[in-house]
Design a protein around this ligand. Structure first.
Ligand SMILES: [Fe+2]
Length: 639
């Protein structure tokens, strides 16, 4: 009988480069494998997020050989790094319906307090996480790391580790593009060719595997371990240049867009420490109160209500009055939050660039607020007319770093009689400021083949010459910025990686801009904000394994296998700790051999095996995996 199973894809592997620098080896098991077998069964680390003054989300994922049924995971939250002084503890039951993720909204906590937390199962413990609740009342100072755009194949996530090294942050704010939906790229940098699954992600299984793959990254595990994250999604969490009902990177051949979007949202809510809204798991726009000093207003300019992007040439369409990037409900919510906020600083998280930017004399970023000018004007006019001061817009998405003032028309000379226009000398006409964070690793202008009419080194000076409200522009480097707030000023300090091409890169600080209370005008400074003391202790680092030890290890771990039951495509996701012969057999339910699906030598890495079982008769089957002298098997039901 001709077997109809088709092995479509298989995976790849990491031609992982072995770190040459001894200091790299001594701190982490980097370069050889992001998968750390010593973290069993919590390989994906721990995370926390969405801090309130009395609550915070804590998260992990449990990976067991038995890939079905309920699993009870113990959790505890404590005041010490050794996890002895327990404040609260409990049990969370998880199962395959939520991809064995564990997410608890721990309540009844004290404000502005550092906690340490961990999970355990059957005598095995997770790494310890550190988190922090939001403060209330008077607060002298707040500090946040702001990040965006981490593409695995395009660079190491060293910037995440440099933030994880810090003990002075209240939280990390992630502006989205946490992962990318694309399939394997031939342009991946050396050591980062791995990707699971290898195809562009479309289904719930795909999105789950991509989340899991990213969370095996050492630096991403570290930042989640050390800081609570306030995260929002941008387009790539579903597909490039997404809007309410579609995306540039989605075509009819890829199925129904709403189904794809629902799958992406489900996996997002499973795999990230974000608080889900009652009756609306798509809603991620929300506010965080950080004492009387700041409100953080997180918008969803992507998936909530955005009208489709239009081409620059179609100005009749994109300039119409009723076009929206927020959707009516969110728009009203946003204005109400701005109007009613009593906090000194209103930090507005907008994935995409808010202020108008001229490039060659034309406004051409139709994917940003520039493509929705009528709605932006309504927001700016509202801020102006209500005389709301101290708005700091923070932005990601565009793989550049920029700081600037926000004015209704920054290209017109300021008119003191009408109050229109903008004066770059003193900020007259400006009503807010904007700070854009560079990408963690995603390609900048200099990493792409874009043909520029001028040398790249001349781009910042040229761009600033035609954008009088711009203060500085960097189009080539990667990193993050620190938002530091006190009663006198809101300040951005930009930090840059030495290189995104090597693991564990160092960093340097350059560019500091601040606005004084009530000024809405960015001024330059030469010194970054000073340390905050006392700083809480870091959570202990994860157990490390040397490269030599890894090579002695012969294990393999099934990370996930779904969907099960399966109608057409079944995905087996596993990690291999050293180069070994891999053999995967398909058996019938009685254990009788049907076919060998795969037999080959694979080097250490993480793999997704995609099997098309569409033409297989409906029945139960067994997948048997032999690696080295180990054997693991599980049942698959074909519908
Ligand atoms: Fe991006």
């Amino acid at each position: 009988m001709k077997n109809t199973i088709l092995l479509l894809l298989c995976l790849m592997v990491a031609s992982q480069s072995i770190a040459q620098n001894p200091s790299i080896i001594s701190t982490v098991n980097r370069g050889e494998a992001n998968f750390n077998p010593l973290l069993e069964p919590f390989y994906h680390g721990v995370a926390s997020g969405d801090p309130l003054s009395d609550a915070v989300i804590i998260w992990t994922r449990i990976t067991l050989d038995d890939i079905s049924g309920n699993v009870d995971v113990n959790w505890k939250i404590c005041t010490d790094t050794e996890l002895n002084n327990i404040v609260q503890a409990g049990v969370f039951s998880t199962n395959e319906d939520r991809d064995y993720t564990v997410k608890i909204d721990v309540q009844g906590l004290d404000p502005n307090t550092t906690y340490y937390y961990g999970f355990s199962y059957d005598g095995m413990s997770s790494m310890t996480g550190r988190t922090r609740t939001a403060p209330v009342g008077d607060m002298e100072r707040l500090r946040f790391g702001v990040v965006t755009c981490s593409n695995f194949g395009q660079g190491y996530f060293s910037a995440y580790s440099r933030l994880a090294d810090r003990n002075d942050l209240h939280a990390v704010i992630h502006m989205g593009d946490y992962y990318y939906e694309y399939g394997t790229s031939t342009n991946a940098i050396p050591g980062r060719e791995d990707l699971c699954p290898t195809n562009e992600i479309l289904t719930l299984s795909d999105y789950r595997i991509r989340h899991g793959f990213y969370k095996l990254d050492f630096d991403l595990r570290r930042i989640h371990q050390q800081h609570p994250m306030i995260i929002t999604w941008d387009d790539h969490e579903v597909a490039n240049n997404a809007w309410l009902d579609g995306a540039e990177n989605h075509n009819a051949g890829e199925g129904d867009y709403q189904e794809r979007k629902s799958a992406a949202i489900q996996a997002y809510m499973e795999w990230l420490p974000i608080r889900e809204q009652e009756n609306d798991n798509q809603r991620v726009y929300r506010k965080f109160s950080y004492s009387d000093l700041a409100d953080i207003i997180m918008l969803d300019t992507r998936h909530e209500g955005r009208d489709e992007q239009q081409a620059l040439e179609d100005s009749i369409i994109w300039t119409v009055e009723d076009r929206t990037i927020l959707g009516q409900e969110q728009y009203e919510w946003f204005l109400n939050e701005l109007e009613t906020s009593t906090a000194q600083w209103k930090v507005v998280g907008s994935q995409v660039l808010f202020t108008p930017v001229s490039t060659l004399g034309a406004l051409d970023n139709m994917d940003a607020w520039d493509g929705y000018p009528a709605e932006r004007n309504r927001v700016v006019n509202f801020i102006d007319s209500m005389e709301i001061d101290n708005i700091v817009v923070i932005t990601g998405d565009i793989h550049i770093a920029l700081a600037g003032d926000v004015a209704l028309d920054p290209f017109e000379e300021y008119d003191p009689i009408t109050g229109s226009g903008y004066d770059p000398e003193n900020g007259d006409g400006a009503c807010a400021v904007e700070m854009i964070t560079p990408s963690i690793s995603s390609n900048n202008l200099d990493d792409t083949d874009v043909d520029l009419p001028i040398p790249i080194s001349a781009v910042p000076a040229f761009a600033l010459s035609i954008n009088p409200h711009g203060k500085f522009l960097n189009v080539v480097d990667h990193g993050y910025f620190i938002l530091d707030l006190d009663n006198e000023r809101a300040q951005g300090d930009w930090y840059w990686l030495d290189s995104k091409l090597t693991p564990n890169s160092g960093e340097y600080q350059e560019h500091t801009w601040y606005t004084l209370d009530g000024e809405n005008f960015l001024r330059i400074d030469s010194i970054a904000a000073t340390d905050i003391v006392p700083a809480p202790d870091p959570a202990p680092g994860e157990p490390t394994v040397s490269i030599e030890e890894l090579k002695e290890n012969s294990g393999f771990t099934i990370l996930s296998a779904f969907p099960n039951p399966t109608k057409d495509i079944h995905l087996l996701n596993y990690a291999l700790e050293k180069t070994q012969q891999v053999k995967i057999d398909l058996l019938d339910s009685s254990g009788k051999f049907i076919k060998t699906l795969k037999e080959e030598k694979q080097v250490s890495g993480v793999y997704t095996l995609q099997m098309n079982v569409e033409k297989l008769p409906a029945a139960n089957y067994i997948l048997q995996i032999y690696i080295g002298n180990q054997l693991k098997s599980y049942k698959v039901s074909k519908l």
